[in-house]
Design a protein around this ligand. Structure first.
Ligand code: BMA
Length: 329
């Protein structure tokens, strides 16, 4: 890297970490402890996957997608001291909401968690006459206050930016349909108040190969001097169904709908047994990341085969080099 890379974030010296295995030249490498959360961690879970984690004091907290044994899609809070061993509440989150029209919980899945200013915001795919983006905030991961849905149905993969942009809250999302959407680009929207969302901009379209059917933002983007580092999922349609891999791109800092660089190859695709075998085979679906700005370490949390939670590691400077060297916009 020619000029010094600046990475924004709170130091996280004790984040979960493993060095790249000797002899490996992978840009992203998996935790030797995968899957870090088994499907049956709590008594009522059929599967726990596509979940969001975040630093909380010197510990970690998270919001987890738990599909229960009645196959209802619920969100549960969780806590961890080391980011790898998690305790997940046995009861789902009961969101507090002033308006029963919005607060009536139908289903919730694929959560993201983002610290902005003074609180943690949670976004997720929320059932309201079809999937749309639900939003809530919490200070303590005990009480969650639900806000207005961000968009009309149908929408998925609502991912907030960790600071206001142009004075507004900012979010990526993926307009969809009511089913297993066979299309989908990433869009950007802003809101002055977390109620009214507008200024919608197109960010990225699908391309060939591993990201030919649909794409959707994953973890909260990471601010660097090279732009917002966005890790996202991309879907390929094979004769055996959809295959979910992850890729990476850099977005302009003040106009994040402008893509500066976009890696053509995936950075991780479902290849291990826990990604290829489960309730939905061949899925690696990232929803969160932890990073330490001082060392550039990055831990990506992703769901494996719609069944378990996994972690993979990389270094932010190496990933940015990889994106730039392999960029094709
Ligand atoms: C998407 C979402 C994800 C899931 C993926 C693969 O539409 O439902 O939660 O991981 O399909 O089944």
């Amino acid at each position: 890297m020619s000029k010094k890379l600046n990475i924004v974030g709170t130091p996280l010296p004790n984040m979960p970490w493993e060095e790249r295995p000797e002899g490996s030249n992978e840009i992203v490498w998996r935790s030797s402890q995968n899957p870090i959360i088994p499907r049956d961690l709590i008594p009522t879970s059929n599967s726990i996957f596509n979940s969001a984690v975040i630093p909380f004091g010197d510990e970690y907290r998270g919001v987890f997608r738990v599909d229960n044994t009645a196959r209802e899609m619920k969100l549960h809070a969780g806590r961890s001291k080391d980011g790898l061993n998690w305790e997940i509440e046995h009861e789902p989150i009961e969101f507090l909401c002033d308006d029963p029209e919005i607060g009536k919980f139908v289903y919730g899945y694929d959560p993201r968690v983002c610290w902005i200013d003074d609180r943690y915001y949670v976004t997720w795919c929320n059932g309201y006459h079809g999937p749309t983006i639900g939003a809530a905030y919490t200070y303590d991961f005990e009480e969650f206050h639900q806000l207005e849905n961000a968009y009309l149905p149908f929408n998925r993969n609502g991912v907030m930016f960790p600071r206001k942009i142009n004075g507004n809250f900012a979010m990526l999302s993926r307009p969809s349909d009511n089913g297993h959407t066979p299309f989908g680009d990433i869009f950007y929207s802003e809101s002055p108040d977390m109620t009214y969302w507008g200024k919608h901009r197109h960010v990225m379209a699908t391309k060939g190969g591993w990201e030919s059917v649909k794409i959707g933002a994953g973890p909260i983007p990471i601010e660097t001097s090279e732009g917002w580092l966005m890790i996202y999922h991309g879907v390929l349609n094979s004769c055996n169904g959809f295959v979910y891999s992850m890729g990476a791109a850099l977005l302009d800092l003040e106009k994040p709908w402008i893509v500066k660089h976009r890696a053509k190859p995936y950075i991780l695709s479902p290849q291990k047994l826990y990604e290829c075998v489960g309730d939905v085979p061949n899925v690696a679906f990232p929803c969160a990341a932890l990073h330490d700005p001082d060392t550039g370490r990055l831990a990506i949390y992703y769901g494996g085969a719609d069944t378990v939670v996994c972690v993979a590691y990389t270094k932010i400077d190496e990933l940015i080099d990889f994106i730039k060297k392999n960029s094709e916009i």
